[in-house]
Design a protein around this ligand. Structure first.
Ligand code: PEP
Ligand code: MG
Length: 320
């Protein structure tokens, strides 16, 4: 029946050997939270808050943001909600908050750099999040962090914004790993951050110096490249050694072919657009974590993305 189908969709996805990987949704609008729950999301792993700032003449104020975050949390009914702070600049300019002309916007004032340069705007967002987090399982995540200094500065601003709300002290604060320097600093960051989420869209772009979305460079933009997989392995190892969990919220999380590999690499949470949730849960249930670890070792030893894809396709074929 429909009720049974919904129950299965909503259930946590365990591998055949009982290993749990959380499946969460990427959303850009409050209205998407309902669809995420219906599709079986166990939470929101990435709320792209910049979409609250687009297609309008000025930034939403603290109260308006507070209402949006609170409403998303209400719809999620106790499921975790990771709010990513404003990620503008690069390919997402805000007309009313011009960062100035830049020759290379993707290498410019974007993500947390923009927020650290626009303190008032950043602090009003952080206050709105802190207020909404008083009675909801909200987590905060900073985008585009490149250095430990940026991370510490952003976290200090969060603490300042949250100080008037003692009930927001439970809030876990983490960051996206989408700049190679941050990946190489993961041991230091893991001492202080509660969690990480791998932003493989930008991480691939910056690792291969190939602009995302540039079709002529598509051959250089495969997140299944062993060079990127080595970064994932490095992150899970360092994070787990410190008891931190690792999510992945780039497009790679939606690729069912990659699921066994990501399980084998130790990723704890996958966050993706709503339509991918059911197929990824199905792929997780078909997967064996022990076998996946062996598969990951083989993939890490490959010399190209094509080789990794052949390896994964072979596995998928044998699984049939
Ligand atoms: C990423 O870079 O992988 C990511 C999830 O963030 P966005 O696509 O919003 O840049
Ligand atoms: Mg990104």
């Amino acid at each position: 029946s429909r009720q049974r189908a919904y129950q299965l969709r909503a259930q946590a996805a365990l591998t055949r050997d009982g290993h749990r990987v959380e499946v969460a949704a990427n959303i850009g609008q409050v209205a998407e939270a309902q669809a995420a729950v219906e599709a079986g999301a166990e939470g929101v792993g990435l709320f792209r808050t910049e979409f609250l700032f687009f297609q309008r003449a000025s930034a939403p104020d603290e109260d308006e943001q507070y209402e949006a975050y609170r409403e998303a949390a209400r719809v999620l009914e106790g499921r975790p909600l990771i709010i990513r702070t404003l990620d503008v600049g690069g390919d997402k300019p805000l007309p009313y908050l011009d960062a100035g002309q830049e020759a290379n916007p993707f290498l410019g004032v974007r993500g947390v750099r923009f927020c650290l340069a626009n303190r008032e705007l950043f602090s009003s967002q952080l206050r709105a999040i802190a207020r909404a987090a008083v009675d909801a399982p909200i987590r905060v995540m900073f985008p585009m962090v490149a250095t430990r200094e940026e991370w510490l500065e952003a976290r200090a601003l969060w603490e300042e914004a949250a100080r008037p709300f003692p009930a927001a002290r439970h809030v876990e604060v983490g960051l996206m790993l989408e700049v190679p320097s941050a990946v190489l600093l993961v041991q230091h960051l893991a001492a202080e951050a509660s969690f990480f989420s791998l932003g493989t869209n930008d991480l691939t772009q910056y690792l291969f110096a190939a602009e995302r979305g540039n079709e002529r460079l598509a051959h250089l933009s495969d997140a299944l490249h062993p060079a990127l997989l080595q970064m994932v392995a490095r992150v899970t190892e360092a994070a787990h050694a410190r008891g931190r969990w690792v999510g992945l919220c780039g497009e790679l999380a939606a690729e069912t072919l990659a699921v066994p590999l990501l399980v084998g690499l130790g990723v704890d949470e996958l966050s993706m657009s709503v339509p991918a949730i059911a197929p990824v849960k199905q792929a997780l249930r078909a997967c064996h974590a022990g076998e996946a670890r062996a598969l990951a070792r083989q993939a890490l030893a490959c010399g190209s993305a094509a080789e990794v894809r052949r390896l994964l396709a072979g596995e998928a074929f044998e699984g049939i």
